[in-house]
Design a protein around this ligand. Structure first.
Ligand code: TRH
Length: 394
């Protein structure tokens, strides 16, 4: 529990795992931060404990209710639960418009005072986000209002998830070569592999990994690619000539590929800090790569009709408008360009720009931090709505 506060505010966060690990990854970070930094009693309702366990090995998948890191975790099995007004939290959050159980919504309408109800949206750098952030949506039949809350890259959005001690932890880790060495050695990374340019690889299965591997193999300087088990399985297996299981590794030309276990979330953050370059995807690892302060290449979650290309370009425009090599490699990685790519040339150009990109990321972080952190912004918004509702009642 937060040392200075009584847990007077309660919050229920409903998380439906659509696929992969980002939904629960984000909800889990948010839950922990609400509890640890704001003293809020959080209940995290999650429908898929197996995915949760992969990023948080403390999760017992057979349990209906458990307490992990001060957060009550409830297995959200179905929509049939029975709830009364007393079961409803002060703040109710649904993640990515997941449908919370009808009986819970009915109980929300019966509770006095009404809970603050928020829908947390996905991250996008597109401009329309600013216009939709914090918009109210009255329930069609019940006396309830839901508010949309968006993460984002500007001061007119909710900002990004970032824990208050994160920057200091990262700096401490990155300034301690022995800690970084021990961390990587735990996963079997050898001293020679550590001495090379280290790149972590997390992407969707359709990424052009074979083309990148070929460019790295032909690289003038050695590259170590660290890939968690289950990521880019086919391409990694083809490179290794054996099953892509944790511990497997092979070297061809300048490239060594090593398979790591799929690691707990805090270790994944450290992996990003320990590498020189990170390939990340989706939303949560994408944000963490920005806090790592290292060059990164984003593999965006694919959407129908290539809608994600717009989203990708909106981000690149804000983040890297002036760095041609970063734009080129990212566009190629995401299949967002019609031009044929010479991967070796694209890699060489990007590698030459890496010091400049790393320096640029410091200013980028400052810009993001100026927007405040997502969790505090969310709670300030809750307070603002509550105090204006109180004024109306008076
Ligand atoms: O897993 P993702 O692709 O997740 C999501 C979901 O697909 C979601 O439905 C979609 O809306 C969203 O992307 C855009 O990628 P993401 O968001 O990076 O989440 C991965 C999480 O897994 C993140 O919290 C880091 C964690 N992780 C580990 O804990 N250990 C690991 O070894 C790795 C590779 C990741």
């Amino acid at each position: 529990m937060h040392p200075n506060k009584h847990q007077t505010t309660t919050l229920a966060l409903f998380c439906k795992v659509v696929d992969n690990y980002g939904d629960i990854g984000i909800c889990w970070r948010l839950s922990r931060q609400l509890e640890q930094e704001h003293g809020i009693a959080v209940t995290l309702w999650v429908d898929d404990l197996t995915s949760f366990q992969r990023i948080c090995p403390d999760v017992a998948i057979e349990r209906d209710e458990q307490m992990i890191a001060g957060v009550t975790v409830r297995h959200w099995r179905d929509q049939n639960g029975a709830f009364s007004a007393a079961d409803v939290a002060d703040i109710v959050i649904e993640f990515f418009a997941c449908d919370i159980p009808p009986a819970y919504i009915a109980a929300m309408a019966q509770r006095t005072p009404r809970p603050m109800w928020l829908n947390l949206e996905g991250l996008s750098a597109e401009e329309w986000v600013e216009g939709c952030h914090t918009l109210p949506s009255p329930h069609p039949s019940m006396p309830l209002t839901k508010y949309f809350f968006f993460p984002g890259f500007t001061g007119k959005t909710g900002g990004l998830l970032v824990e208050s001690g994160l920057e200091q932890q990262r700096r401490q880790f990155q300034s301690d070569p022995a800690a970084m060495r021990d961390f990587l050695a735990k996963f079997g990374v050898t001293p020679a592999e550590m001495a090379a340019l280290k790149a972590s690889l997390f992407c969707y299965p359709h990424a052009p990994v074979p083309a990148l591997f070929a460019a790295w193999q032909a690289s003038a300087t050695p590259v170590t690619c660290l890939v968690p088990e289950g990521v880019a399985g086919e391409a990694v297996q083809a490179f290794l000539g054996q099953a892509a299981q944790a511990g497997a590794s092979a070297t061809r030309g300048a490239l060594t590929v090593r398979v790591l276990p799929f690691i707990p979330q805090p270790d994944y953050d450290k992996l990003l800090w320990a590498c020189d370059l990170n390939f990340v995807r989706g939303e949560d690892s994408f944000v963490r790569a920005q806090w790592a302060g290292k060059p990164f290449i984003w593999h965006i979650y694919p959407q129908d009709q290539d809608l994600h290309h717009k989203k990708l370009n909106a981000f690149l425009k804000r983040y890297a408008a002036n760095v041609a090599s970063l734009n080129a490699l990212t566009s190629g990685w995401n299949g967002a360009t019609t031009e044929a790519i010479d991967w070796s040339a694209a890699w060489r150009a990007f590698q030459a720009d890496m010091p400049q990109i790393a320096a640029m990321s410091v200013a980028w972080q400052q810009q993001l931090l100026a927007n405040g952190d997502f969790t505090s912004n969310l709670l300030s918004f809750v307070n603002t709505v509550r105090s204006s509702a109180a004024k109306v009642t008076v």
